[in-house]
Design a protein around this ligand. Structure first.
Ligand code: AMP
Length: 402
């Protein structure tokens, strides 16, 4: 991706004055009763829109909302999102009630230089997710320049994330640039030693991530429920813990691959166990090879945390996806929060580059109160994981073609 970066152009390189600039944003915001309940995604894209508008572009925002399944679902209209964005931008955002056809053309043709408009939900048409060439052509009729600022949707080859880039000059928006810069510098061309934490519930959902990382990182820290499957594969009893016995061989293959490529794997030496999966369940710390039959592992233990903290001291880069325990339930977030605090402290001291991503991870880092101290936090769930898997993201690749 680092090489990609040099082949991508940012919006500062685009000639936008008087042009219709189609900006693909991710404004799939949380809504309740027709009201936007969290404006984070809107806040983040405001500077992109403002900059283009101030440079005399006709800024035409395109985005999806929810999963209307290719049909016009009135409850999934973007009208309230446009109104809210206008409030944050401090200038009206004209809502255009269709994203293709005569209504879209009329709305865009009525714009003056510097105006901002938002077209209706792209996913009201099946051609969006199918990347249907005819739909792409219709979308392209309302733009001269394409700006993609939606990294979180870039793992999907959709009409608005990939198709459009072949019809007009594509540029990466500032959010896209920031994301790719952070990702490229942490995994593709990192300062070493580089460590990755992969936690969360199940091995089965992250096999490709684990396999790819053994080839790329110096230390792979496996935590959360998926560590149980590895402990089980090593012949340890895991009691009632979340475990996937069918993935025993996969876990062993990953351990072998890691050894072959000189990647150090870290699994918990001690664990916090409880008999019930609930907040404040009676719990105790036991060695990882002495889990009682009636108990389940819900967090890494204090000795494990100490070992991980010491390891981070020696690292220069950390990539983090997935919690070390069932952090949503007190007190089983302790290991996750303690390590997050350590990572933040090392980042603030300039000793560690920290990149975290994925929904649960962002939530855990927020609870730990360290989000602002990490070098970069990616809110992109699927795209972040696919990047960790080493996949090429079509919505990024298309930006590097010129
Ligand atoms: P993921 O979506 O794969 O990142 O998984 C995140 C979820 O894994 C969180 O909801 C955690 O509560 C859960 N989790 C982490 N550790 C454990 C564990 N030891 N047992 C059960 N669930 C866990």
């Amino acid at each position: 991706m680092s090489d990609l970066l040099s082949r991508m152009r940012g919006i500062e390189d685009a000639d936008v004055a008087g042009k219709r600039v189609l900006v693909r944003a991710d404004l799939n915001v949380p809504m309740k009763d027709g009201q936007v309940t969290d404006t984070t995604r809107l806040d983040r894209v405001v500077p992109t829109i403002r900059s283009l508008s101030e440079r005399g572009a006709k800024v035409v925002i395109i985005t999806h909302f929810g999963r209307p399944g290719g049909e016009k679902v009135p409850e999934m209209t973007l009208a309230p999102v446009a109104a809210r964005l206008g409030g944050l931008l401090g200038k009206p955002v004209r809502f255009v009630a269709d994203c293709i056809g005569p209504v879209a053309a009329e709305g865009v043709n009525a714009m003056s230089d510097g105006d901002v408009a938002m077209l209706e939900n792209l996913r009201f048409y099946p051609g969006e997710t199918k990347n249907d060439p005819e739909f792409v052509k219709q979308l392209a009729e309302n733009g001269d320049v394409f700006v993609s600022d939606a990294f979180s949707t870039s793992h999907r080859a959709h009409a608005s994330t990939e198709g459009l880039g072949h019809h007009m000059p594509p540029f990466a928006g500032p959010l896209m640039m920031a994301e790719i810069t952070a990702l490229a510098s942490s995994l593709d061309n990192p300062q070493r030693p580089v460590a990755a934490i992969v936690g969360g519930a199940k091995v089965s959902t992250k096999i490709t991530v684990l396999t790819n990382l053994t080839k790329k990182v110096d230390v792979l820290i496996i935590g959360g429920g998926m560590a149980n499957t590895f402990l089980y594969a090593q012949g340890k009893a895991v009691g009632k813990s979340l475990c996937e016995p069918d993935f025993k061989e996969t876990a062993l293959e990953i351990l072998t691959a890691a050894e072959a490529s000189g990647c150090k794997i870290m699994l918990p030496d001690d664990v916090v166990v409880a008999d019930e999966f609930k907040a404040n369940a009676a719990n105790q710390v036991v060695p990882a090879d002495a889990v009682p039959e009636s108990s389940m592992i819900l967090d890494a233990g204090p000795e494990s945390v100490k070992a991980l903290e010491a390891e981070l001291e020696n690292c220069r880069t950390l990539i983090w996806n997935g919690p070390l325990g069932a952090f949503e339930m007190e007190p089983f977030g302790r290991a996750t929060f303690a390590l997050a605090a350590k990572a933040a402290e090392l980042t603030k001291a300039g000793k560690l580059i920290t990149v975290g991503g994925g929904g649960d991870t962002v939530a855990a880092l927020n609870i730990a109160g360290v989000s602002d101290d990490f070098t970069y936090i990616s809110t992109a769930g699927g795209a972040f994981l696919e990047w960790m898997e080493g996949k090429e993201l079509p919505g990024v690749m298309v930006l590097a073609q010129y």
